[in-house]
Design a protein around this ligand. Structure first.
Ligand code: CA
Length: 232
């Protein structure tokens, strides 16, 4: 049973998440303050930590930094505001993923499973040979008439910019697009957007793809210092 530590001060949010995780056989511990959460983490390291950012004492970013001093345990942030998402993306805090409130508890559980699977694959590649040697192919279907893209048969719920980005990448798999090229092609007023806007949209695209197929999220690859490419 994978163990999950939740640090969240809003009871309603914590309760729905605890319920969803326990009904999927996760072992869940919950703390309301950052200090208690951190102490618990140090005494009983979980398989994954879910951290709220706005907490009564230490914020989630500081908890994550402390965790990262001694551990590579995956961390999922619960974010409430756009400014927090910017921080998650902008700072090199070492978070593995984030979800924005309000969220569907089932989607969060799916996200947690995906993170744990990735963590396991990278630490024990031989323990999961099937997922390493036979990755599920990422099936992306683009219907230009309805301007929709489906992943493994599930229509993706994309914003206009996410749709444009994914369709540009999908039209030329393997080609590396710089952030500037993506901005120019997908934004009507590229001058007003920044390179980081692309990064934020790619991150949310990957999260949406991951809800349907873990491998699909990796089909959008980062070429460090260059840009992004779609690998099928
Ligand atoms: Ca809070």
């Amino acid at each position: 049973m994978p163990s999950v530590l939740i640090v969240e001060d809003e009871p309603a949010i914590a309760d729905t998440l605890i319920y969803a995780l326990r009904s999927e056989n996760f072992e869940v511990t919950h703390h309301i303050t950052g200090q208690e959460g951190l102490e618990h983490f140090q005494k009983h390291p979980p398989d994954l930590a879910v951290l709220d950012i706005g907490l009564p004492d230490i914020n989630g970013f500081d908890i994550c930094r402390k965790i990262r001093e001694s551990s590579t345990t995956p961390v999922l942030f619960l974010t409430a505001r756009d400014s927090e998402i910017d921080q998650v993306l902008g700072l090199e805090i070492g978070a593995d993923d984030y979800v924005t409130k309000p969220f569907s508890p089932r989607a969060v559980v799916a996200r947690i499973r995906a993170i744990l699977r990735r963590a396991q694959d990278s630490t024990h590649p031989s323990a999961t040979p099937s997922s390493v040697t036979h990755p599920e192919p990422a099936l992306l279907d683009h219907c230009e008439e309805t301007m929709s893209i489906a992943c493994s048969g599930y229509p993706l719920d994309l914003t206009a910019h996410e749709y444009k980005l994914l369709s540009i990448l999908l039209a030329q798999p393997g080609r590396v697009f710089t952030r500037e090229q993506l901005l120019e092609q997908a934004w009507e007023d590229p001058g007003s957007a920044m390179d980081r806007t692309i990064d934020a949209h790619i991150k949310s695209l990957r999260a949406k793809l991951r809800e349907h197929s873990v491998t699909a999220a990796d089909t959008i690859q980062t070429r460090r210092g260059l840009g992004y490419t779609l690998v099928l």
